[in-house]
Design a protein around this ligand. Structure first.
Ligand code: GAL
Length: 432
């Protein structure tokens, strides 16, 4: 049964830091000698933008956004503070050290939901509600999404995009070479196992994967497939028992899926794993829909060179995540940050960025016709599917919980192989 979209309403007791947003000058114009834009003192001479979109198709997405930024705010210099490592696997630790050392960038990427709430609760990001009024953004985004950026009525970031995590990307030639129908989709994990067996027997990698965070992402989609949307969401609100038999069954399925994967996985990030589909070394890859941008960058055509479908058992569910940009407390160039946030929220910024990134715009007023066939299908799913929160991408659980789940997963997949211990490690991790 489908649930209505659920929102994590955060009731954290943050003694909110107040920002003199009014002190930030309005964007773009007339820098004074000290680099500020005048009229209030927010230095807009430059903006250091901290992300993990450091290379490949992710950098192309960032570049597209910077192109619009340069047009909208030619007097603010963009400084690229990107730190390599998919899903922020290296960036988030470095960011935390910088924030704790009072050395914040001017703006940083944060996932809507629990991850952003961590920064809010730590008093590390400013309330940017006033910018929503100033930029006319109150009605630009879906109310559910704004709720995930809000604590105690204050909004703490501006969203750039929405991604879907529960997607399988497939190489039709490899699948056909294994004697299978390349257009088949699989209703259940059991159906998929049969196909994975056939690919494995053909000598190709059945399921390509990379390092720990990609394995955690696979784990979340298996939990979603086996527990259903309600059961999966219950893992994050305490209503599903991590120690129960359903989770044990899902972990068995996860273990089985890992048995189909490439042995060099732990040294690979997501672009390497997706590249195995592009290159015809592997049949299937579970990856968020930033992967579509990698196929496009390689000149591959959807439906011919690659196909996509929801992870078996998760059709009708949209495993959601959204990137957003913040104004950190103590940002050295708050005027520059304000200008960046204006571009992030703007129609032109969202169209340019999302076309390149593979995501769908966070704004509700873009024209679907501007986007690819895949993106149009994602927009349709987002509009009608049950929405659940991604674990690996900060929507479902605080950073400490995700880190503990990642450690438990790595311990299991790099040798421990003890399902009962894995389940109790996960239960302990989720209780953090
Ligand atoms: C996610 C992020 C996406 C994409 C992906 C892979 O966490 O939200 O925008 O960058 O990581 O690095």
């Amino acid at each position: 049964m489908r649930t209505r979209r659920r929102i994590t309403t955060v009731a954290a007791g943050l003694a909110a830091t107040s920002l003199a947003l009014a002190a930030c000058s309005s964007g773009g114009g007339n820098p004074t000698d000290d680099g500020s834009t005048g009229g209030g003192g927010g230095d807009a001479s430059e903006v250091e933008v901290f992300t993990w979109w450091a290379s490949g198709s992710e950098k192309l997405g960032l570049d597209a956004l910077v192109g619009v930024f340069d047009e909208q705010h030619p007097d603010t210099k963009f400084i690229n503070g990107a730190v390599a490592g998919g899903a922020g696997s290296a960036a988030k630790d470095l960011l935390q050290s910088r924030l704790q050392a009072n050395d914040p960038p001017d703006t940083f990427q944060a996932h809507a939901g629990a991850e952003l709430t961590d920064y809010i609760n730590a008093g590390q990001v400013e309330d940017v509600s006033a910018l929503y009024d100033e930029f006319g953004l109150r009605d630009a985004f879906p109310a559910d999404l704004v709720d995930r950026l809000t604590v105690d009525g204050k909004i703490y970031s501006i969203p750039s995009n929405i991604h879907r995590a529960n997607v399988v990307w497939a190489n039709p030639s490899v699948i056909e070479g294994a004697g299978l129908d390349p257009d088949a989709t699989y209703a259940t994990l059991d159906d998929w196992f049969t196909a994975l067996d056939a690919v494995q027997a053909s000598g190709k990698t059945a399921l390509s994967i990379g390092t720990t965070w990609t394995q955690v992402q696979l784990l979340e989609t298996v939990l979603l497939a086996d527990l259903g949307a309600d059961g999966y969401s219950g893992l994050w609100d305490g209503s599903t028992d991590w120690s129960g038999a359903d989770v044990a069954d899902a972990l068995e399925d996860f273990d089985k899926l890992m048995g189909y994967t490439n042995t060099d996985r732990d040294g690979l990030d997501w672009p390497d794993a997706t590249q195995q589909i592009i290159d015809g070394q592997a049949a299937f890859n579970v990856m968020g829909d930033w992967a579509v941008a990698a196929f496009e960058e390689a000149g591959k055509v959807a439906g011919t060179d690659f196909t996509y479908f929801p992870v078996p058992g998760t059709d009708g569910v949209f495993d959601f995540l959204a990137d957003s940009f913040t104004l950190p407390v103590g940002a050295p160039h708050p005027g520059g940050a304000k200008n960046w946030l204006e571009t992030v929220g703007s129609l032109d910024g969202q169209v340019a960025f999302n076309k390149a990134k593979g995501s769908i715009p966070a704004r509700s007023d873009t024209d679907p016709g501007d986007f690819s066939e895949y993106q149009q299908s994602a927009m349709e799913s987002f509009g009608k599917d049950t929405i659940v929160s991604s674990l690996a991408h900060g929507a479902a659980a605080p950073i400490a919980t995700l880190n503990a789940i990642s450690d438990a997963t790595s311990k299991f997949t790099t040798g421990a192989s003890d399902l009962a211990a894995f389940q109790s490690d996960l239960a302990a991790a989720a209780a953090q």
